[in-house]
Ligand binder design. Structure first.
Ligand SMILES: [Fe+2]
Length: 288
């Protein structure tokens, strides 16, 4: 395994690993250790089909199933503007509007009863320009945060709702079942990594309120924290190449998609793995 930094504060490109061959005893311990320290891992020239994608993700924990029926099978989700009939979906269609909502700085699945630990995102079809994915290190930002702002964040509990981020793009989009089926979730604004003890701001576009604060003051704090954490010095912009697979730590980063010419196809394949108590989730629960 050879590593090169992609940003001075976080993120590494990892060479010499075929993700199809990584197993619990061979490769995973090394990848996991690099993940805990670096938050974003870039793998090039991979050939992950859906089965290999699910197998690799499953090494980190249970694959997220976004259904209330836990008997539903875990699947790879395409993030795409290509319709079932193989034509480009119009820009104002709900499916593309939802992709545009992913262009708000967010953390995946903070609106679920158990949020995500990681996302494993693989390139499938890339547009001729744009469509980057950007990452902000909320761990680096937390380390640098001025004491006054840090004091206000420490101890704060943020309320998350999927429909909140969708309503920023389109109030109509936010009414979809997919976005209203989960009750609101509350998470402390700081996630401590249980392996290395490093803390990170834990926030998302889905956060709409701070417990114990009025609406305006809560929104203002969420905005101020997000703005600080996404300053250019904390951001890595990933320009996709065919064969790329990205793996990131939802506990220590924010991310967002970037626009592309919507007349062209952009398809990425995504799976999330659900965080468990051993990943620091226990401490995020009330009384934890
Ligand atoms: Fe995302």
């Amino acid at each position: 395994m050879r590593m090169t930094a992609v940003h001075e504060r976080f993120g590494v490109e990892v060479r010499g690993v075929d993700l199809r061959g990584v197993t619990a005893s061979d490769g995973y311990p090394e990848v996991r250790a690099v993940f805990e320290e670096n938050s974003v891992l870039v793998f090039r020239d991979q050939e992950l089909d859906d089965g290999a994608h699910l197998r690799f993700g499953g090494l980190f924990g249970p694959i997220e199933v976004r259904s209330k029926n836990q008997a539903d099978k875990a699947v790879v989700s395409p993030l795409t503007n290509l319709g079932d009939d193989a034509t480009i979906i119009p820009e104002d269609d709900r499916q593309v509007m939802n992709l545009k909502a992913n262009q708000l700085w967010h953390t995946d699945s903070t609106f679920l009863p158990a949020p995500a630990l990681i996302n494993v995102l693989a390139a499938r079809v890339l547009p001729s320009s744009g469509g980057e994915t950007e990452y902000a290190s909320t761990r680096a930002a937390w380390a640098d945060m001025p004491a006054g702002l840090k004091d206000r964040a420490r101890g704060a509990v943020l309320r998350h709702r999927y429909a909140h981020s969708r309503a920023k793009i389109s109030p109509e989009l936010a009414t979809g079942d997919l976005f209203t089926m989960w009750s609101d979730q509350a998470w402390p604004a700081v996630w401590r990594n249980p392996i290395n003890g490093r803390e990170a701001l834990y926030i998302a576009s889905h956060a709409y309120a701070v417990e114990g604060m009025g609406d305006a003051a809560g929104s203002a704090l969420i905005e101020e924290l997000t703005a600080f954490a996404t300053r250019p010095e904390y951001v890595y912009t990933h320009r996709w190449q065919p064969g790329d697979v990205l793996l990131w730590d939802e506990r220590a980063t924010l991310h967002r998609g970037r626009p592309w010419p919507y007349g062209e196809e952009r398809t990425l394949a995504s799976i999330c793995v659900t965080a468990r108590d051993c990943d620091g989730l226990a401490a995020m629960r009330p009384g934890g």
